[in-house]
Design a protein around this ligand. Sequence first.
Ligand code: ADP
Length: 745
Amino acid sequence: MSDRRPTPRSSPRLRADPASQTPFDQGAAERERAPGGIAHEVGELHRLLVESVQDYAIFALDPDGYILSWNAGAERFKGYAAEEIVGKHFSIFYPKAKVESGWPEHELKEAARVGRFEDEGWRIRKDGSRFWANVVITALRDSSGQLLGFAKVTRDLTERRAAEEALRLSEERFRLLVTSVKYYAIFMLDPGGHVATWNEGAERAKGYKAEEIIGKHFSIFYPPEKVAVRFPDFELAEAARVGHFEDEGWRIRKDGSRFWANVVITALRDGDGKLVGFGKVTRDLTERRAAETRAIANARHAAAEEAARHAADVARARTEQLQLLTSALASVHTIPEIVRIVFKEAFPLMGVDAGSLGVIDDAGTNVRLLAETGFDTPPERFRTMPLAADLPMTTTITSAGPVVCRSRSERDRRFPTTAEVLASFEVSVVLPLMSRGRPMGALAMHRRAGERPDEPLTDETLAFMQSFAQQCGQALERARLYESERQARRVAEDARARAEEARTRAEEANRAKSEFLAAMSHELRTPLNAIGGYAQLMELGIGGVVSDEQRDQLSRIRRSQQHLLGIINDILNFSRIDAGQLTYNPGSVPLREVVDSVRHMVEPQAIAKGLVLEAPECPSELHAWADRAKLEQIVLNLLSNAVKFTAPGGRVSIACDAAEDGQVRLTVRDTGSGIPEDQLERIFEPFVQVGRSLTVSQEGTGLGLAISRDLARAMNGDIRVQSTVDVGSTFTLTLPRDEESAKGD
Ligand code: ADP
């Protein structure tokens, strides 16, 4: 198809003047065309109007589609000037594909058939660019119905189309967006609250398909209790009133299960402000809520675990601290050392700012402060507190239980007298210091502030304090014991030293005495022996004749000399024993022989005194293991005493027998004066004589029994006495038995 015909083939009855044709009333135009007539003027006006219309391309086509006229709008839209385009075929305006499909011809055919054809579509400008056009083609016929051509009115809808397209696209995008949103139920309600639209998220959240739910009232999503109070209606009313409404709460799924939802309802209004419905966005927070609940539970759990771990750590640390303190306390022995550990080591660990240590005094009536620390002003008034006073320390001691004040007001109420001295402390704990189950003192601890506002004193701190006070009580008890033991030892040591000194002095004195006695006896014996010797010589009459009277006198001298010699020998013996100078020659001694020899020595005296001396023969098997001379000396002493202290007519006896424990026994009995009970032990002391006084002189030295017992004991034997005054005495000598002799028999 060519754009332009070689010659214009305009219809003879239709001039190439679009204004001459009114598209609206062709018949009238024909009639009124005469120049100068009203019709002509109207036609002319039409032509001007059409030509000047800018917003529409208005032009005429001949019946074959060739352009006959052109106007300003057409030029503006399509870019062609009238002289360029008139005579061209109108298909020039169509995209190639449309032309090839015969669309322009189809348009004309349709317009010819039904009178009018309207179309929207892309058209091409002179410069090749496209524009969106609304085209109306109207068939133009004469009064006989003959097709004269076509009027074509084209509107450039590019801008409108772009806006519409943008709107359509955004609506489409929005629709896609809304429908595909999975995690939000987004739907519309009509003003009455009926579901108008539905999306995938709504289906997911609520379980209804679009066809099931659209048209239903949205209260179907609410739990019955909410519906009962008309909450859904309230939501809509509120949304309508203020624009939107937000809520969180339980909603119901199609299957009846509940889910926790966040709901935003927005009122939708048209341009005039008329309510057209509501947008409703519902978010299922069940998961989030569950996750939150889980997170909270986890956090709680973690916090509990952490707290437990912390508590365990604290407890372990406390135990270690207590062990350290306990071993520190165990290693000290004095009260000042204990005080130092309590104040300097324990108090900081327990968060104690001030405190004091008091003990009951020896009288048990007062509590005395041993030491205090941390007080702004020293608690002078409370250095000594009567146990009966109503004070924290005395209360804890008399009750043997703790006094715990967790606040100042509590403490001041219970113990008003301490309010002033403890004014700067908030928490006070006073614990008894126990020793062997009884309070011996108290430990007072004060804190300036509580550990925590809600818990001024934690249970475990209190427990720690109590354990520590227990250790402290034991340490104090040990310190006291240690102190008194040291004092006792000091006293004992002093006494021992004094005794030692006395003994040394006594030993020295004794030795001096023994030495003196030995020396004196020796010196006395020499002249005594001379006296005895010369008296004997005179008796023998060697120096001349001795008269009977002289002989009698010489005999008296000799007896006195013998007596004196005996005394001196005793003294010498005793002093030797005392000085440990005596030597013993032990051996097997037959008792029979000892008794025989001694009996003969005392017999003359007994006879002279008129006494009966009984000495039955001793069993031959009785041998003592002893120094024979010393044994005879002992027996002689016992028999001599018996004779000496028994009045004439009395009876003296000596007997032997075997004693238990491998000993032999010699018993000397008399019916003499006897010895008072209280003197029984004293007679064995040197120089003791019963009933001796300065006026009543008595024969003897009082050394005999002392010497005899010393000798017996030195030979592993002993002497004992039984006596009754005016009845008589029994002296018993025991000595080890010679076992060989015993077997031999
Ligand atoms: P002495 O005989 O030299 O006075 P002893 O030591 O032998 O010293 O005796 C001490 C005292 O014990 C005697 O003086 C006497 O008072 C008392 N005594 C000793 N043997 C007897 C006895 N058999 N009967 C009564 N009194 C005795």
